[in-house]
Design a binder for this molecule. Structure first.
Ligand code: NAD
Length: 317
Protein backbone atom coordinates (compact mmCIF):
# COMPACT_ATOMS: atom_id res chain seq x y z
CA UNK A 1 0.00 0.00 0.00
CA UNK A 2 1.23 3.54 -0.64
CA UNK A 3 2.61 5.44 2.33
CA UNK A 4 0.59 8.36 3.65
CA UNK A 5 2.70 11.53 3.67
CA UNK A 6 1.53 14.75 5.33
CA UNK A 7 3.37 17.93 4.31
CA UNK A 8 2.87 21.38 5.87
CA UNK A 9 3.07 24.71 4.00
CA UNK A 10 2.29 23.45 0.47
CA UNK A 11 0.88 26.62 -1.13
CA UNK A 12 4.33 27.60 -2.46
CA UNK A 13 8.05 26.86 -2.64
CA UNK A 14 9.62 23.66 -1.34
CA UNK A 15 6.36 22.28 0.11
CA UNK A 16 4.56 22.64 -3.22
CA UNK A 17 7.42 21.09 -5.21
CA UNK A 18 7.76 18.19 -2.79
CA UNK A 19 4.02 17.45 -2.67
CA UNK A 20 3.84 17.33 -6.47
CA UNK A 21 7.01 15.26 -6.88
CA UNK A 22 5.81 12.66 -4.38
CA UNK A 23 2.28 12.56 -5.83
CA UNK A 24 3.74 11.99 -9.32
CA UNK A 25 6.02 9.16 -8.15
CA UNK A 26 6.20 6.62 -11.00
CA UNK A 27 6.07 3.68 -8.59
CA UNK A 28 3.02 5.24 -6.84
CA UNK A 29 4.66 4.82 -3.45
CA UNK A 30 2.91 7.78 -1.80
CA UNK A 31 -0.48 9.17 -0.92
CA UNK A 32 0.20 12.86 -0.31
CA UNK A 33 -1.80 15.05 2.04
CA UNK A 34 -0.66 18.50 1.02
CA UNK A 35 -1.68 20.96 3.72
CA UNK A 36 -1.76 24.74 3.80
CA UNK A 37 -2.89 27.46 6.17
CA UNK A 38 -5.13 29.20 3.66
CA UNK A 39 -7.06 27.03 1.17
CA UNK A 40 -7.71 30.18 -0.86
CA UNK A 41 -4.07 29.89 -1.97
CA UNK A 42 -4.35 26.38 -3.42
CA UNK A 43 -4.39 27.54 -7.08
CA UNK A 44 -0.68 27.02 -7.86
CA UNK A 45 -0.60 23.60 -6.17
CA UNK A 46 -3.76 22.46 -7.96
CA UNK A 47 -2.32 23.53 -11.30
CA UNK A 48 1.02 21.82 -10.63
CA UNK A 49 -0.63 18.64 -9.30
CA UNK A 50 -2.58 18.20 -12.55
CA UNK A 51 -4.09 14.72 -12.89
CA UNK A 52 -2.78 13.61 -9.49
CA UNK A 53 -5.22 15.98 -7.73
CA UNK A 54 -7.69 14.04 -5.56
CA UNK A 55 -5.94 10.82 -6.61
CA UNK A 56 -2.44 10.61 -5.11
CA UNK A 57 -2.62 14.21 -3.83
CA UNK A 58 -5.25 15.61 -1.52
CA UNK A 59 -5.29 19.20 -0.24
CA UNK A 60 -6.30 19.93 3.37
CA UNK A 61 -6.28 22.98 5.64
CA UNK A 62 -3.68 23.07 8.42
CA UNK A 63 -2.15 26.03 10.25
CA UNK A 64 0.91 24.93 12.26
CA UNK A 65 0.19 27.73 14.76
CA UNK A 66 -3.36 26.51 15.45
CA UNK A 67 -3.68 23.32 17.50
CA UNK A 68 -7.35 22.89 16.61
CA UNK A 69 -6.62 22.95 12.89
CA UNK A 70 -3.84 20.37 13.35
CA UNK A 71 -6.12 18.02 15.31
CA UNK A 72 -9.03 18.39 12.84
CA UNK A 73 -6.77 17.71 9.88
CA UNK A 74 -5.15 14.63 11.42
CA UNK A 75 -8.51 13.28 12.70
CA UNK A 76 -9.84 13.49 9.14
CA UNK A 77 -7.20 10.98 7.98
CA UNK A 78 -8.35 7.30 8.18
CA UNK A 79 -7.09 5.84 11.50
CA UNK A 80 -4.99 9.04 11.85
CA UNK A 81 -2.43 6.95 9.97
CA UNK A 82 0.53 9.08 8.81
CA UNK A 83 3.66 7.20 7.72
CA UNK A 84 5.75 10.26 6.90
CA UNK A 85 5.35 13.73 8.40
CA UNK A 86 7.18 16.53 6.57
CA UNK A 87 7.44 19.76 8.54
CA UNK A 88 8.07 22.35 5.88
CA UNK A 89 6.04 25.44 6.88
CA UNK A 90 8.31 28.28 7.91
CA UNK A 91 8.81 32.03 7.85
CA UNK A 92 11.94 34.14 7.50
CA UNK A 93 13.11 37.32 9.22
CA UNK A 94 16.20 39.40 8.57
CA UNK A 95 17.53 42.70 9.86
CA UNK A 96 19.09 44.32 12.92
CA UNK A 97 17.37 43.13 16.12
CA UNK A 98 16.96 46.76 17.25
CA UNK A 99 14.47 47.12 14.40
CA UNK A 100 12.40 44.03 15.26
CA UNK A 101 9.77 43.83 17.99
CA UNK A 102 9.63 40.96 20.48
CA UNK A 103 6.16 40.18 19.10
CA UNK A 104 7.57 39.75 15.57
CA UNK A 105 10.37 37.55 16.95
CA UNK A 106 7.85 35.40 18.84
CA UNK A 107 5.92 35.01 15.58
CA UNK A 108 8.97 33.41 13.94
CA UNK A 109 9.45 31.04 16.89
CA UNK A 110 5.71 30.21 16.88
CA UNK A 111 5.83 29.02 13.27
CA UNK A 112 9.34 27.66 12.81
CA UNK A 113 9.81 26.05 16.22
CA UNK A 114 6.49 25.54 18.03
CA UNK A 115 4.84 24.74 14.68
CA UNK A 116 7.17 21.74 14.35
CA UNK A 117 6.68 20.79 18.02
CA UNK A 118 2.85 20.92 17.70
CA UNK A 119 2.92 18.66 14.62
CA UNK A 120 5.31 16.11 16.11
CA UNK A 121 3.42 16.04 19.43
CA UNK A 122 0.24 15.16 17.52
CA UNK A 123 1.63 12.36 15.32
CA UNK A 124 4.27 10.82 17.61
CA UNK A 125 1.92 8.78 19.86
CA UNK A 126 0.33 7.11 16.79
CA UNK A 127 3.74 6.40 15.25
CA UNK A 128 4.96 4.96 18.56
CA UNK A 129 1.94 2.66 18.78
CA UNK A 130 2.56 1.42 15.26
CA UNK A 131 6.31 1.28 15.87
CA UNK A 132 6.98 2.88 12.52
CA UNK A 133 7.18 6.31 10.96
CA UNK A 134 9.45 8.99 9.60
CA UNK A 135 9.53 12.60 10.78
CA UNK A 136 11.24 14.98 8.37
CA UNK A 137 11.94 18.65 9.10
CA UNK A 138 13.01 21.22 6.54
CA UNK A 139 15.63 22.96 8.67
CA UNK A 140 18.43 25.04 7.09
CA UNK A 141 22.20 25.43 7.11
CA UNK A 142 21.21 28.26 9.46
CA UNK A 143 20.15 25.54 11.87
CA UNK A 144 23.85 24.70 12.09
CA UNK A 145 25.61 28.04 11.68
CA UNK A 146 24.47 31.55 12.59
CA UNK A 147 24.58 34.21 9.89
CA UNK A 148 24.77 37.96 10.50
CA UNK A 149 21.35 39.70 10.50
CA UNK A 150 19.51 36.35 10.63
CA UNK A 151 19.67 36.23 14.44
CA UNK A 152 16.06 35.23 15.16
CA UNK A 153 15.56 32.99 12.13
CA UNK A 154 18.80 31.17 12.98
CA UNK A 155 17.68 30.82 16.61
CA UNK A 156 14.39 29.26 15.46
CA UNK A 157 16.20 26.71 13.29
CA UNK A 158 18.78 25.97 16.02
CA UNK A 159 15.81 25.32 18.33
CA UNK A 160 14.41 22.83 15.80
CA UNK A 161 17.80 21.12 15.47
CA UNK A 162 18.24 20.82 19.24
CA UNK A 163 14.70 19.50 19.67
CA UNK A 164 15.19 16.84 16.98
CA UNK A 165 18.67 15.89 18.18
CA UNK A 166 17.14 15.16 21.56
CA UNK A 167 14.11 13.34 20.16
CA UNK A 168 15.89 11.14 17.60
CA UNK A 169 17.29 8.73 20.18
CA UNK A 170 13.94 8.01 21.86
CA UNK A 171 12.29 7.78 18.44
CA UNK A 172 14.77 5.14 17.25
CA UNK A 173 13.72 2.92 20.15
CA UNK A 174 10.23 2.93 18.57
CA UNK A 175 11.60 2.36 15.06
CA UNK A 176 10.74 5.95 14.07
CA UNK A 177 13.25 7.87 11.95
CA UNK A 178 13.91 11.60 12.29
CA UNK A 179 15.62 13.53 9.48
CA UNK A 180 16.65 17.16 9.18
CA UNK A 181 17.02 18.55 5.64
CA UNK A 182 19.44 21.49 5.67
CA UNK A 183 19.30 23.57 2.48
CA UNK A 184 21.43 26.62 1.78
CA UNK A 185 19.71 29.39 -0.19
CA UNK A 186 16.67 28.30 -2.21
CA UNK A 187 14.95 30.61 -4.67
CA UNK A 188 11.32 30.77 -3.44
CA UNK A 189 8.77 33.34 -2.26
CA UNK A 190 10.50 33.10 1.10
CA UNK A 191 13.39 35.17 -0.18
CA UNK A 192 11.07 37.65 -1.95
CA UNK A 193 9.01 38.06 1.25
CA UNK A 194 11.98 38.78 3.52
CA UNK A 195 13.47 41.24 1.02
CA UNK A 196 10.14 43.05 0.66
CA UNK A 197 9.84 43.32 4.44
CA UNK A 198 13.46 44.46 4.68
CA UNK A 199 13.01 47.13 2.03
CA UNK A 200 9.90 48.55 3.71
CA UNK A 201 11.32 48.45 7.23
CA UNK A 202 12.18 51.47 9.34
CA UNK A 203 15.85 51.52 10.29
CA UNK A 204 15.70 54.67 12.40
CA UNK A 205 15.69 52.55 15.58
CA UNK A 206 19.27 51.43 14.95
CA UNK A 207 22.47 53.45 14.50
CA UNK A 208 23.40 54.60 10.97
CA UNK A 209 26.43 52.28 10.80
CA UNK A 210 24.33 49.14 11.46
CA UNK A 211 21.57 50.34 9.11
CA UNK A 212 24.13 50.86 6.36
CA UNK A 213 25.76 47.48 7.05
CA UNK A 214 22.40 45.81 6.64
CA UNK A 215 20.98 47.68 3.66
CA UNK A 216 24.19 47.99 1.66
CA UNK A 217 26.47 45.14 2.70
CA UNK A 218 23.99 42.43 3.68
CA UNK A 219 21.08 42.91 1.28
CA UNK A 220 23.33 43.50 -1.73
CA UNK A 221 25.44 40.40 -1.03
CA UNK A 222 22.55 38.22 -0.07
CA UNK A 223 20.74 38.86 -3.37
CA UNK A 224 23.91 38.03 -5.31
CA UNK A 225 24.27 34.79 -3.32
CA UNK A 226 20.69 33.68 -4.00
CA UNK A 227 21.13 34.25 -7.71
CA UNK A 228 24.51 32.48 -7.88
CA UNK A 229 24.26 29.64 -5.34
CA UNK A 230 20.50 29.32 -4.85
CA UNK A 231 18.96 25.93 -5.47
CA UNK A 232 15.41 25.41 -6.78
CA UNK A 233 12.49 24.02 -4.74
CA UNK A 234 12.63 21.03 -7.07
CA UNK A 235 16.30 20.39 -6.09
CA UNK A 236 15.30 20.33 -2.41
CA UNK A 237 12.34 18.06 -3.18
CA UNK A 238 14.69 15.65 -4.96
CA UNK A 239 17.09 15.58 -1.98
CA UNK A 240 14.19 15.07 0.44
CA UNK A 241 12.79 12.22 -1.63
CA UNK A 242 16.21 10.52 -1.55
CA UNK A 243 16.31 10.83 2.25
CA UNK A 244 12.78 9.43 2.56
CA UNK A 245 13.56 6.53 0.24
CA UNK A 246 16.75 5.49 2.07
CA UNK A 247 16.68 2.16 3.92
CA UNK A 248 18.33 3.89 6.87
CA UNK A 249 17.47 7.60 6.51
CA UNK A 250 20.23 9.94 7.71
CA UNK A 251 19.53 12.22 10.69
CA UNK A 252 21.06 15.22 8.89
CA UNK A 253 21.27 15.96 5.19
CA UNK A 254 22.74 19.11 3.64
CA UNK A 255 21.53 19.81 0.11
CA UNK A 256 24.26 22.24 -0.97
CA UNK A 257 27.88 21.04 -0.80
CA UNK A 258 29.12 24.66 -0.91
CA UNK A 259 27.96 25.13 2.66
CA UNK A 260 29.46 22.02 4.23
CA UNK A 261 32.87 23.61 4.98
CA UNK A 262 31.10 26.61 6.53
CA UNK A 263 29.06 24.49 8.93
CA UNK A 264 32.12 22.39 9.84
CA UNK A 265 34.17 25.31 11.21
CA UNK A 266 32.80 25.17 14.74
CA UNK A 267 33.55 21.46 14.98
CA UNK A 268 37.16 22.00 13.90
CA UNK A 269 37.66 24.47 16.76
CA UNK A 270 35.46 24.14 19.86
CA UNK A 271 36.52 27.60 21.15
CA UNK A 272 34.58 29.18 18.27
CA UNK A 273 37.56 31.37 17.32
CA UNK A 274 38.00 29.73 13.91
CA UNK A 275 34.32 30.26 13.10
CA UNK A 276 34.20 33.88 14.31
CA UNK A 277 37.48 34.83 12.65
CA UNK A 278 36.56 33.25 9.32
CA UNK A 279 33.14 34.88 9.20
CA UNK A 280 34.51 38.23 10.28
CA UNK A 281 37.04 38.11 7.44
CA UNK A 282 34.44 36.91 4.95
CA UNK A 283 32.07 39.74 5.80
CA UNK A 284 34.33 42.68 6.50
CA UNK A 285 37.50 41.86 4.60
CA UNK A 286 36.24 40.08 1.52
CA UNK A 287 32.75 41.59 1.51
CA UNK A 288 31.24 38.16 0.93
CA UNK A 289 29.00 37.24 3.84
CA UNK A 290 27.48 33.85 3.00
CA UNK A 291 29.35 33.64 -0.24
CA UNK A 292 31.44 30.52 -0.26
CA UNK A 293 33.43 31.48 -3.31
CA UNK A 294 36.86 30.08 -4.11
CA UNK A 295 38.32 32.96 -2.15
CA UNK A 296 36.29 32.04 0.92
CA UNK A 297 37.20 28.38 0.65
CA UNK A 298 40.84 29.46 0.56
CA UNK A 299 40.35 31.47 3.75
CA UNK A 300 38.63 28.52 5.44
CA UNK A 301 41.37 26.08 4.34
CA UNK A 302 44.06 28.43 5.57
CA UNK A 303 42.30 28.85 8.90
CA UNK A 304 41.74 25.11 9.24
CA UNK A 305 45.41 24.46 8.51
CA UNK A 306 46.42 26.99 11.16
CA UNK A 307 44.09 25.17 13.53
CA UNK A 308 45.53 21.77 12.74
CA UNK A 309 49.05 23.11 13.29
CA UNK A 310 47.87 24.57 16.60
CA UNK A 311 46.36 21.26 17.62
CA UNK A 312 49.54 19.44 16.61
CA UNK A 313 51.68 21.83 18.62
CA UNK A 314 49.49 21.29 21.65
CA UNK A 315 49.63 17.53 21.34
CA UNK A 316 53.44 17.63 21.08
CA UNK A 317 53.74 19.52 24.32
P1 NAD B 1 7.83 29.69 1.07
O1 NAD B 1 7.54 30.99 1.72
O2 NAD B 1 7.54 29.55 -0.38
O3 NAD B 1 7.08 28.50 1.82
C1 NAD B 1 6.78 28.50 3.18
C2 NAD B 1 5.35 28.03 3.31
O4 NAD B 1 4.99 27.93 4.70
C3 NAD B 1 4.37 29.00 2.66
O5 NAD B 1 3.53 28.29 1.78
C4 NAD B 1 3.61 29.59 3.83
O6 NAD B 1 2.28 29.94 3.51
C5 NAD B 1 3.68 28.44 4.81
N1 NAD B 1 3.38 28.84 6.18
C6 NAD B 1 3.82 29.91 6.88
N2 NAD B 1 3.25 29.95 8.10
C7 NAD B 1 2.43 28.86 8.17
C8 NAD B 1 1.57 28.35 9.16
N3 NAD B 1 1.39 28.98 10.34
N4 NAD B 1 0.89 27.20 8.91
C9 NAD B 1 1.02 26.56 7.73
N5 NAD B 1 1.80 27.03 6.74
C10 NAD B 1 2.50 28.16 6.96
O7 NAD B 1 9.35 29.37 1.35
P2 NAD B 1 10.22 28.00 1.25
O8 NAD B 1 11.59 28.45 0.93
O9 NAD B 1 9.57 27.01 0.39
O10 NAD B 1 10.20 27.54 2.78
C11 NAD B 1 9.94 26.21 3.19
C12 NAD B 1 10.86 25.83 4.33
O11 NAD B 1 12.21 25.80 3.85
C13 NAD B 1 10.85 26.78 5.52
O12 NAD B 1 10.80 26.01 6.72
C14 NAD B 1 12.16 27.51 5.41
O13 NAD B 1 12.64 27.92 6.67
C15 NAD B 1 13.04 26.44 4.79
N6 NAD B 1 14.23 26.94 4.10
C16 NAD B 1 14.14 27.86 3.11
C17 NAD B 1 15.29 28.34 2.51
C18 NAD B 1 15.25 29.37 1.43
O14 NAD B 1 16.30 29.95 1.14
N7 NAD B 1 14.12 29.62 0.80
C19 NAD B 1 16.54 27.85 2.90
C20 NAD B 1 16.61 26.89 3.90
C21 NAD B 1 15.45 26.44 4.50
Amino acid sequence: APKTVLITGCSSGIGLALAVKMAQDKQKRFKVIATMRNLGKSGCLEAAAGVTLNKTLEIKQLDVCDEQSIVSCINSIPNRHIDILINNAGVGMIGPIECQTIEEMKGVMETNFFGVVRMIKEVLPDMKRRRSGHIVVISSVMGLQGIMFNDIYTASKFAVEGFCESLVIQALKFNIFVSLIEPGPVVTEFETKVYEDAENADYSTTDPETADMFTNLYLKNSKAIFSSLGQTPSDIAEHTLRVISAAKPPFRHQTNAFYTPMTALKHADPTGALMADTFYKMVFKYDMLLHISLKAIKVIRWQAQKMRQGVKMLSFR
